[in-house]
Design a binder for this molecule. Structure first.
Ligand code: KG4
Ligand code: ZN
Length: 343
């Protein structure tokens, strides 16, 4: 570790999808402010995120959000040791708004710039929620765009054990929710109605893939739900939305939990963490916690507000880059397909 500084205060910016967010984080774990301006209401009208609209809304809101993050933290821009920003993966237009804002602030003040990987951010949300958590641990990152089972060897050192070969888990939640008439965003809505349904009412297939046993597939499961709905419609049968939601959710949770437990058993690690928007799912959190407890594995999961997109997680990931001496140049660009571990 390069830095001997006692306190490192970072302004972090996140704009990779449909939340415009800024946060001030001290030493990677203490959040002084966490401002999130969500665009969900606008995108709900279209049934999903419209990239052009997202970019425009980020442009309109980013300065206000940054100002609010600094004022809520009781800080000025000059009091920052670094300005961090998500530069990928994500939607290129939205990413560019955050990257441009961060570069402008850094260039205007001379404060160092640090580009952060969005998934590293999601993983790091666990450092904020659990001050005692240190690598190594196994982390399952489940969001709208990603499903990655990751071995976190050290800060900034990752080995991807498995990933989805088709849809991300959150994407499957969103698509199934749309088909059963729950609308966007589907994850939280399926989570809510599932509580009223029977998870064993319909046995949807648990996706299997060729290749790494840690890889995931959710498109088959999603198609099975669509087939079930079409068959019911053709036969003129009434469907029970709560049962379909609960049964689909149970299938997703089953697959996520079994893959995570294989990794814990194989790598013999005593710590497991959940991350990403789908980690806010009640059934997933409950099932993972129970399975971890059975094995004597410590279970970590951030509160829902740190699971979905936010900038505090970016400030945490940036801190560990900062103390390793990582700095970005003004040629930092948005990289929509940035891979975990790629610099
Ligand atoms: O991490 P995130 O905010 O954005 C991405 O990086 O993708 O994740 C958003 C995803 C959406 O697909 C949303 O439906 C899902 O997380 N999600 C949930 C829940 N809350 C959000 N999925 C299941 N249950 C939830 N409670
Ligand atoms: Zn995310």
């Amino acid at each position: 570790m390069e830095s001997n500084q006692e306190t490192v205060t970072i302004l972090a910016i996140e704009s990779s999808c449909d939340e415009t967010a800024a946060s001030v984080v001290v030493n990677g774990r203490q959040v002084l402010s966490n401002v999130i301006s969500s665009q969900i209401d606008i995108h709900t009208l279209y049934g999903g995120v419209v990239p052009e609209i997202a970019s425009r809304k980020h442009t309109e809101r980013i300065n206000q959000v940054i100002r609010k993050a600094l004022s809520e933290a009781g800080k000025t821009l000059g009091g920052m040791d670094a300005i961090a920003v998500t530069y990928g993966p994500g939607l290129v237009g939205p990413l560019l708004i955050g990257v441009s804002a961060a570069k402008a602030l850094s260039f205007g003040t001379g404060i160092p710039l640090i580009g952060v990987h969005h998934i590293e951010g999601h993983i790091s949300a666990n450092y904020i929620a659990a001050p005692d958590l240190e690598p190594p641990f196994v982390c399952l990152v489940v969001s709208g765009g990603h499903t990655h089972l990751v071995l976190v060897r050290d800060y900034g050192e990752y080995e991807i054990l498995g990933r989805t070969q088709d849809d991300a888990a959150g994407e499957a939640f969103d698509k199934v929710a749309r088909e059963i008439g729950l609308g966007y965003p589907g994850g939280p809505k399926i989570d809510k109605v599932s509580a009223l349904g029977n998870p064993e009412a319909i046995r949807f297939p648990r996706g299997k893939v060729d290749g790494s046993r840690y890889d995931f597939s959710f498109s088959g499961m999603k198609s099975a739900v669509l087939n079930y709905l079409n068959t019911a419609k053709m036969k003129g049968e009434q469907i029970c939305v709560e049962d379909v939601a609960a049964s689909f959710q149970a299938a997703v949770v089953d697959v996520l939990v079994s893959h995570a437990m294989w990794a814990i058993d194989e790598y013999g690690l005593d710590k497991f963490a959940l991350a990403g928007g789908v980690a806010a799912n009640t059934a997933l959190r409950t099932a993972m916690r129970a399975e971890c407890e059975k094995r004597g594995t410590a279970f970590y999961c951030p509160p829902p507000i740190l699971c979905t997109d936010n900038a505090a997680m970016i400030g945490s990931a940036a801190y560990y880059e900062y103390i390793r001496g990582v700095r970005s140049g003004y040629d930092l660009n948005a990289i929509p397909g940035l891979r975990l571990g790629q610099r």
